[in-house]
Write a protein that binds this ligand. Structure first.
Ligand SMILES: NC(=O)C1=CN([C@@H]2O[C@H](COP(=O)(O)OP(=O)(O)OC[C@H]3O[C@@H](n4cnc5c(N)ncnc54)[C@H](O)[C@@H]3O)[C@@H](O)[C@H]2O)C=CC1
Ligand SMILES: O=C(O)[C@H]1O[C@H](OP(=O)(O)OP(=O)(O)OC[C@H]2O[C@@H](n3ccc(=O)[nH]c3=O)[C@H](O)[C@@H]2O)[C@H](O)[C@@H](O)[C@@H]1O
Length: 437
């Protein structure tokens, strides 16, 4: 089937590349010309494992193309996937201006039936607003259209697999026609047995926020337990293991540490709190989860201060700038707060990340107090402490004896619990981690 995808970011590109891999013919509309230039040459503007291969496959087999022209995108296909950003407003609510803009352009350029499918994460009620906007801007054009909600659940770093082998596909539709089209589009995936839930649009919109904020709450819960473990000499990993054997709780998303960052859990939790409060629903649980999450960096820095007392003039190495491994995304990464606080305290930072350094440099320009390295061992040279902020595999496999020889003082503050405390201490390190004795 022919499909248009508006927005060439994490979700748009993965959606487009995977749909083209499944045999659909896809046109991506991305408004930033530099991104389109890169994409046309088969290069991904973001780091996401497996994505570039699928982009190249789609381009080479003639099923995937890119444009900056939204008119071309609207005319190309009957089905238009909206994958634009929905960032936070200053008050925490979702900024829906990019979604609204796509609705207006659709009305302006359509001249036959269209199915607008919203994949961006949006507050409940947005499908209705998109419908009204299209109708308003169609003016006196008498054209039929549908607006569906099809939230996306992929995780960065696993996005291609999550898209092609999803835990579930959720589709919120109002018409039989829209339902049939979406069932057809996803048939190559559902034929393999992956479940699809058909519901109405507001239900689909709520499923997305409810899922993300449930996951955020689960992580904050284990971080609360982690703080308790530290006070009484218990081990949070074993507590999580003991809880996780219970199938009703499950093992996943119980890793204590620096909390949830990224482009979605923080933004969506804040937006969902606003939605609940506006509708008069008690949001206490989510406010608590947010509060616990916001204290994680303080707890890490307290450990650093416990170890070094004064940070002014100290050399601190940082491993990991992305908000989690296998991505170059630094949106709402704990590293942003850590670097800001360390610079404010007068420390000198030596930072390394396998993929996210270029993005980080755009926020914190390199200078005398903040240096970036392309090698993790160079980053620790002369450091008085090493902070681990992201659990990249290469850190787990690092040669710690070499690290110890290079450092000025053998102190590791591990915000992600990647090492066995006893093993690291046996090597002669002073080692602090999260929620473990
Ligand atoms: N990043 C993720 O892992 C996931 C994100 N989401 C949701 O999906 C949505 C998109 O997220 P990301 O892909 O991360 O955002 P992103 O910021 O990486 O990408 C959005 C892209 O849309 C482009 N764009 C905006 N308006 C446009 C227009 N009128 N025409 C053409 N291009 C336009 C922007 O230039 C940008 O490249 C958000 O609502 C997000 O909450 C949902 C699931 C996972
Ligand atoms: O809406 C979205 O954008 C996506 O948000 C999250 O995906 P993502 O942000 O890519 O990353 P996660 O793997 O969920 O991790 C989020 C944060 O929680 C942290 N985390 C995760 C798990 C855990 O046990 N402990 C923990 O601290 C990670 O380090 C990371 O900072 C959801 O997992 C996806 O299902 C959803 O589609």
């Amino acid at each position: 089937m022919k499909l248009s995808v508006i927005g060439g970011g994490y979700v748009g590109l993965v959606t487009a590349a995977c749909f083209s891999h499944l045999g659909h013919e896809v046109l991506v509309v991305e408004k930033i010309p530099e991104k389109v230039e890169l994409l046309r040459r088969g290069k991904s503007p973001i780091y996401e494992p497996g994505l570039e291969e699928l982009l190249r496959e789609g381009i080479n087999e003639g099923r995937l193309s890119f444009t900056t022209d939204i008119k071309e995108g609207i005319e190309f296909s009957e089905v238009i996937f909206i994958c634009v950003g929905t960032p936070s407003n200053p008050d925490g609510s979702a900024d829906l201006s990019q979604v609204e803009e796509v609705a207006r352009f659709t009305a302006k350029y359509m001249d036959s039936y269209k199915l607008l499918v919203n994949k961006s994460t949006v507050p409940v009620g947005t499908q209705r607003k998109v419908k009204r906007t299209v109708r308003l801007y169609l003016k006196n054009k008498e054209l039929e259209f549908d607006v569906a909600s099809n939230p996306e659940f992929l995780r960065e770093g696993h996005a291609v697999k999550d898209f092609l082998e999803p835990d579930r596909i959720v589709v919120g539709v109002e018409s039989e026609r829209a339902k049939e089209v979406l069932l057809e589009i996803y048939k190559p995936i559902t034929d393999k047995g992956f479940p699809i839930l058909i519901t109405n649009p507001p239900t689909a919109e709520i499923i997305k926020y409810a899922s993300n904020t449930f996951l955020a709450t689960k992580i904050s819960f284990i971080n609360m337990i982690s703080d308790l473990c530290e006070k009484v000499g218990a081990n949070v990993e074993e507590v999580a293991q003991g809880m996780g054997y219970d199938k009703r709780i499950g093992k996943e998303f119980l890793r204590a540490g620096l909390g949830w960052g990224g482009s979605c859990l923080p933004k969506d939790t804040k937006a969902f709190i606003r939605i609940l409060e506006e509708l008069g629903v008690d949001a206490t649980i989510l406010k608590g989860a947010l509060g616990i999450n916001e204290s994680r960096v303080d707890r890490l820095l307290q450990k650093l201060k416990d170890a070094l007392w004064i940070l002014k003039g100290k050399t601190i190495a940082i491993w990991g700038l992305s908000f989690k491994p296998n991505t170059d995304d630094i949106r709402e990464a704990p590293s942003l707060k850590v670097v800001e606080r360390l610079l404010r305290e007068g420390a000198k930072i030596r930072a390394y990340d396998p993929k996210a350094t270029e993005n980080f440099k755009r926020v914190f320009i390199e200078g005398e107090d903040l240096r970036y390295f392309d090698d993790k061992y160079k980053a620790v040279e002369g450091a008085e402490a090493l902070l681990i902020l992201t659990e990249w595999d290469e850190f787990k496999r690092a040669n710690l004896e070499r690290v110890k020889r290079l450092m000025e003082l053998p102190i590791i503050i591990d915000g992600r619990n990647i090492y066995d405390p006893q093993e690291v201490r046996n090597l002669g390190f002073e080692y602090y981690s999260m929620g473990r004795p």
